[in-house]
Every structure is written in C-alpha cells, then in structure tokens.
Design a protein around this ligand. Structure first.
Ligand code: COA
Length: 165
C-alpha cells in the first residue's frame, strides 16, 4: 500500500470520481441509484471538508469517500452518511480501508460523532470493510426500496465515535 496516497478531492477530480461512482452503481450492489449525479449535484450534496480521493503512484484516482448531512435538525448536526467507491480494477488493495480510516480521523477532528451508511446485504465487501473499521449493524430495513423493479433490504450500519463527547 506504500504506493497509495490520500489527498482532498477537488473539482479537477470530477470526471474520475463520477466514473468510479458509475462503475460501482453498474455493479448492482452499491446503491439504489442507477446513474451517477452531475458534478454540480454531487458537489452540492456533500460536505466540502470531508471528501478524499486515493491516488496511485502515477497520480491516477483509485477511489473516493465523501459524506452528506443526514438532517437539518441541530440535534443531528454531528451525524453524517458516507459513500465510498473504489475503481473495480483496484479492489482488494486496501484502498477503501485507507479512505474510511482517514474519513473517521477527519470527521472526529471536526466533532462529528456518528457516521452511518446503508448497505445491501448482498454487498459482502462493504459489510466486511465497515465491520473491520468499527461500524456496528443497527438492523436490517426490509424491502425498503425498489432497485431495477425489485424490493431490496438495506443493512443500516453506524460508527459512534468513542472520542467525540
Ligand atoms: C466496498 C468497496 C468500497 C471495498 O473497496 P476495496 O478497496 O476493495 O476494499 P479493501 O481492499 O479496503 O478491503 C477492506 C476490508 O474488506 C475486506 N473485503 C474486501 N472485499 C471483500 C469481499 N468481497 N468479501 C469479504 N471481505 C472483503 C477486506 O479483506 C478488507 O479487510 P481487512 O482490512 O481485514 O483486510 C468496493 O468493493 C467498491 O467500491 N464497491 C462498489 C461500491 C460500493 O459498494 N460501495 C459501498 C456502498 S455502501
């Protein structure tokens, strides 16, 4: 992993970020979404302070992570939902784990106390990644939405920071 580094995501990464997003959606187990958003919509929906990309030694973007607020209510100001997507050609190299660990560090430093994510039960890689990073399973939401015409369950995961008090 010495060849993989992390840096903040910039607008110059838009094409690669959205292409990796679309590749994940095309895999069929990442999200209810089927089409990646425009950069404008992506940018508007995610907190600027907690967006990272992982880059290879040649500078190419291998994956990204970002968070969105979960609520406009003050009580939930420290609760965010994240997405992590890695280029299929780079799976299994520890890219997502690097990104997730860095996101935990950056959100905790900003006083964010809970990161949550909804994961399809079929997404074994994502479930393993999150469990290893200290997320717990809150529960499974049954047939909560339709994806390509099929009702699907979603496992709700969360990590409550032990350091943000
Ligand atoms: C889920 C995803 C982000 C994982 O990315 P990755 O870079 O391949 O994951 P990593 O190599 O960092 O692996 C993280 C951990 O998960 C485990 N893991 C990875 N793929 C796995 C699989 N298919 N089955 C079981 N465990 C797996 C690894 O062993 C590793 O555990 P370790 O730290 O104990 O070694 C990637 O598969 C992806 O982009 N999928 C499409 C988008 C998606 O589903 N995003 C998540 C939406 S909730």
């Amino acid at each position: 992993m010495a060849d993989i580094t992390l840096r903040p995501m910039t607008a110059g990464d838009a094409d690669r970020v959205l292409a990796i997003y679309q590749a994940g959606l095309d895999g069929g187990d990442a999200s209810f979404e089927t089409v990646a958003p425009t950069w404008t919509a992506f940018d508007a929906g995610r907190l600027a302070a907690h967006r990272l990309v992982a880059v290879d030694d040649d500078g190419s973007v291998l994956g990204w992570i970002a968070v969105s607020p979960t609520s406009s209510r003050a009580v939930y100001a420290g609760v965010v939902e994240h997405s992590v997507y890695v280029d299929p050609a780079a799976h299994g190299r520890g890219v997502a784990r690097l990104l997730l660990d860095a996101l935990i560090t950056s959100t905790e430093a900003a006083g964010i106390w809970t990161i949550q994510s909804g994961v399809f039960p079929e997404n074994a890689a994502s479930l393993a990644l999150h469990r290893r990073a200290g997320f717990r399973v809150v529960g499974t939401r049954e047939r909560v939405g339709r994806h390509h015409g099929r009702w699907r369950d979603v496992v709700l995961l969360e990590r409550r920071s032990p350091v943000v008090a």
